[in-house]
Write a protein that binds this ligand. Structure first.
Ligand SMILES: NC(=O)c1ccc[n+]([C@@H]2O[C@H](COP(=O)([O-])OP(=O)(O)OC[C@H]3O[C@@H](n4cnc5c(N)ncnc54)[C@H](OP(=O)(O)O)[C@@H]3O)[C@@H](O)[C@H]2O)c1
Length: 293
């Protein structure tokens, strides 16, 4: 069980590095409000920032980090490989691009954002993932990236990657929210000592997690909102949630999840909810998000 005292309680990764138990998401935050949003997140106490080159706002994330005056060693910064840039050479270039965008000389975590799949790469998909990973392993050994991982990898993608990997991914960042628990994948990853991060922990844009009546009834017992119940349900499964908000009151609310505990029965009830929206993405069929979407 993870130590659950605050959003910055340290979780040990399989390489010994620690990561704060709650991260701050930056997807769909427009570039012109990102600097302020990330500055607010850092001001209220978030120290783990989840960025991506594909979000189009990495430079603004970097400006917020620099203006915060927070020691680099006290921050945990993640970025991800753009979906149209894969393979050995491109991966090396893209990690440097993230470092330049963020104005950093190392990243705490870098992820393959989505697996290369036959839908996009035909019979080259497995080789593309292996070549991408080999580049990340070299960057990891060179200290440019302190931990390396993947995102949206299902067990079968992981099994294939592990055939050639010499470093086991530290993290798999997957979609997890009430209505989309992905229990089998979570169990597989945790059995392999791969830390699970939950993207879209509130269901993302337009989901009904925030208005669902079952979550409301559970939250009423503890004086908590649906968002807080959803985040707590994720934490109690040993998963790191990455909630995003551009509103300071919600940023604070999403931190206030350490003074209550869901019962085993409530955990099960929430795990059995379904049809609450969210992307419920199938990584094997996923059409990559583009900035204009
Ligand atoms: N690896 C991947 O493929 C992948 C994919 C998607 C996302 N991610 C990562 O995961 C992070 C989180 O996912 P997400 O941004 O899609 O969605 P999310 O965190 O599940 O949901 C955010 C939505 O809920 C609202 N919200 C936040 N806190 C709230 C609260 N306490 N009460 C009511 N509403 C609240 C936000 O709106 P306001 O901002 O208006 O408050 C936003 O519209 C992303 O930002 C990104 O870093 C990764």
């Amino acid at each position: 069980m993870m130590n659950l005292d605050s959003i910055n309680s340290p979780v040990k990764l399989n390489n010994g590095l620690t990561i704060p138990v709650v991260g701050y998401g930056t997807f769909r935050t427009p570039a012109d409000v990102t600097e302020q949003a990330v500055s607010n997140a850092l001001k209220v106490g978030y120290r783990h920032i989840d960025a991506s080159t594909d979000y189009g706002n990495e430079q603004a994330v970097g400006r917020a980090i620099h203006h915060s005056g927070i020691d680099r060693k006290d921050l945990f910064v993640t970025s991800k490989l753009p979906n149209d840039q894969r393979g050995y050479d491109s991966t090396k270039k893209m990690v440097q691009k993230s470092l330049d965008n963020l104005g950093l000389d190392y990243l705490d975590l870098y992820l393959i954002h989505w697996p290369a799949t036959p839908a996009h790469y035909g019979d080259q998909a497995d080789q593309v993932n292996a070549d991408t990973w080999r580049a990340l392993e070299e960057l990891y050994h060179a200290g440019k990236v302190r931990s390396i991982g993947v995102s949206n990898f299902l067990p079968h993608h992981m099994e294939t990657l592990l055939k050639t990997a010499t470093v086991v991914p530290a993290v798999d960042q997957i979609e997890v929210h009430p209505g989309w628990p992905q229990a089998d994948t979570v169990k597989y990853l945790q059995n392999h000592q791969i830390t699970v991060e939950a993207w879209g922990p509130l269901g993302g844009k337009g989901a009904t997690v925030l208005t669902n009546s079952t979550l409301q009834a559970i939250g009423a017992k503890y004086g908590k909102s649906n968002a807080q119940v959803a985040l707590r349900w994720i934490l109690q499964q040993g998963i790191i949630p990455l909630p995003k908000s551009v509103h300071e009151d919600r940023l604070r609310q999403n931190m206030d999840i350490f003074d209550f505990q869901l019962t085993t029965e409530e955990m099960t009830t929430i795990s059995q909810l379904h049809d609450l929206g969210g992307q419920c993405a199938d990584p094997d069929a996923y059409v990559f998000w583009k900035p204009e979407d």
